[in-house]
Write a protein that binds this ligand. Structure first.
Ligand SMILES: [Zn+2]
Length: 51
């Protein structure tokens, strides 16, 4: 059964991940990467380990 294809199949859209700003440490819970923090830092997904 085809679903609407306007969501990019990265992760389960029903389960938000926590993203942490690398610069100021702000935690944002979102289903997609929030991109750039208001401080100008980049977010990374806390569920994924940095390498
Ligand atoms: Zn920030």
């Amino acid at each position: 059964m085809p679903h609407s294809q306007d969501v990019e199949g990265t992760n389960d859209p029903e389960s938000p991940s926590q993203y942490e700003c690398l610069q100021c440490g702000t935690i944002v819970e979102a289903t997609t990467n929030p991109g750039t923090c208001s401080c100008g830092g980049d977010f990374h997904n806390r569920a994924k380990s940095l390498e």
